[in-house]
Design a protein around this ligand. Structure first.
Ligand code: COA
Length: 335
């Protein structure tokens, strides 16, 4: 049995900055409302015809691979987490394999929304620990802006989400005291529709009927979120799954050097920070600048924290996520 570690990190966000003020020009909202409820000041939106979910993921992946100090052909397997794939099928994993021009390694797509990156590194961790693979590329990327309802009707959801990508190379680590110590994953499908995008699923309608209806008023093509219900569940599940991870490793909240929570909402992060008695330096947040980038939020935040010197060798790093499904998870890492 080997150990696994995060050997390289990278992120990419599109250049186009969309402020709360910009949004208030197209829908009935305000900078004050958005900042007070979510902490978000601005986010990035891809300009149509430039980036895709895959192209952003590829840009982040190239940086992560270079920082891992390996050649792209040393990648043994690709895992891609997203809720906004380029195509209905195939998923973006194979597109990364093609666009990076690497060998015909396996490519797996993860559909776990905001928990996608934690689920993906958990899968990568098992492959590396078992000895099956030495280097697994994990990408989280989202292009939300092309699928949001940018009118007052959609304001409860559309102001929160942003575009971007993050990537990590998970590699074999010989030192058994270092690396990914454990991961913890959960789901509760009972609440599947509370945060969801129902169409164009095959669940209830024939595709020919969908095309025939061609109804611009059909809200099932836009994401739906029961905001307060999601908030209440998030604060409970974040806390539970962080505690579960710490206990599994016989650690306490006081052992945490840095917590990188999924950037769902600054108020959720602050609730968790208070619950665990962590200082501002012990919780990394960048939702103010990027909004909620779903599967990309943890790798973007982790990369930024690492670049700023806030993730150091020997640190206990905790990743935690909650989102649509509901799904939630944590990863406990000795850097
Ligand atoms: N700008 C201005 N007003 C808005 C608005 C916006 N962008 N979005 C909603 N409103 C209005 C609503 O229409 C409602 O008006 P009403 O009282 O006249 O009916 C009012 O604000 C309150 O709406 P509500 O949905 O109750 O607000 P809230 O306090 O619950 O905040 C969220 C909404 C979405 C910010 C909050 O519920 C939340 O953060 N939830 C968790 C979201 C999350 O983390 N999602 C990702 C999970 S991974």
């Amino acid at each position: 049995m080997y150990n696994s570690k995060i050997a390289g990190l990278g992120y990419y966000v599109p250049e186009n900055v969309v402020t709360n003020h910009d949004l208030s020009k197209v829908m009935d909202t305000s900078d004050e409302w958005i900042q007070e409820r979510t902490g978000i000041k601005e986010r990035r939106h891809v300009i149509k015809g430039t980036d895709t979910t895959t192209s952003m993921g590829v840009k982040a992946a190239k940086i992560a691979i270079e920082r891992a100090g390996i050649d792209k052909n040393d990648i043994d397997f690709i895992i891609f987490a997203t809720l906004s794939p380029d195509y209905y099928f195939p998923g973006p994993g194979v597109l990364v394999q093609r666009d990076l021009e690497i060998d015909t390694v396996g490519a797996l797509d993860v559909r776990n929304q905001c928990s996608g990156f934690v689920y993906a590194i958990s899968v990568a961790d098992q492959y590396v620990k078992s000895g099956m693979y030495q280097n697994v590329l994990v990408v989280g990327s989202e292009l939300h802006s092309h699928g949001l309802d940018m009118t007052t009707r959609g304001r409860g959801v559309s102001v929160i989400f942003g575009d971007g990508a993050g990537a990590a190379v998970i590699s074999r680590e010989e030192d058994s005291t270092k690396g990914i110590l454990s991961t913890h994953l959960h789901s509760e499908g009972q609440h599947a529709e509370e945060l969801s995008l129902i169409a164009p699923g095959m669940g209830k309608r024939w595709v020919l009927d969908i095309l025939k209806d061609n109804d611009p008023e059909d809200e099932s093509y836009f994401p739906y979120m029961n905001g307060q219900f999601v908030f209440k569940n998030a604060v409970v599940r974040f806390s539970e799954v962080i505690m579960e991870g710490l206990q599994k490793n016989k650690l306490a909240p006081t052992d945490i050097d840095i917590l990188i929570p999924h950037q769902a909402n600054l108020r959720i992060s602050q609730f968790v920070q208070k619950k665990f008695g962590l200082s501002d330096d012990q919780v990394y947040n960048n939702i103010m600048s990027y909004g909620n980038t779903t599967a990309a939020s943890i790798p973007i935040a982790l990369t930024e924290a690492w670049e700023e010197g806030k993730v150091k060798e020997g640190d206990l790093v905790v990743l935690a996520a909650f989102g649509s499904g509901f799904t939630w998870g944590s990863a406990i890492i000795r850097w």
